[in-house]
Design a protein. Structure first.
Length: 108
């Protein structure tokens, strides 16, 4: 995951937010080359995305001012919608290239 390492090397704190359990967390981190500074895991915080409580826990644990971060996610309903409700900056990684008005979003 070169881009994650590049972001980390430039001083970005990387935190994994996942609807998984502690057993799968290590597998996720292994696949993502262990470049994260922390993780918020549904099994550990007793709520799941898109519940705003999940995101507020992440905010409380990792975000000092609640504004100086960017939430990057592939899950539109599970990540982008709640991040929008909380006023977070966000980037949607549209892996399926959903089509809107004839233009593929990943071309914008």
């Amino acid at each position: 995951m070169p881009v994650l390492h590049q972001l980390h090397d430039r001083g970005w704190q990387l935190v994994l937010l996942s609807n998984t359990d502690h057993l799968r967390r290590e597998k996720h981190l292994e696949v993502l080359d262990h470049c994260f500074d922390g993780a918020v895991i549904a099994d550990e915080v007793h709520c799941y995305k898109p519940d705003l409580s999940f995101f507020r826990i992440a905010e409380k644990q990792y975000l000092r001012d609640g504004k100086n971060h960017i939430h990057i996610a592939a899950g539109y309903w599970w990540d982008i919608v709640p991040a929008t409700k909380l006023g977070w900056k966000k980037i949607w990684v549209d892996r399926r290239c959903h089509v809107r008005t004839g233009i593929r979003k990943n071309q914008w």
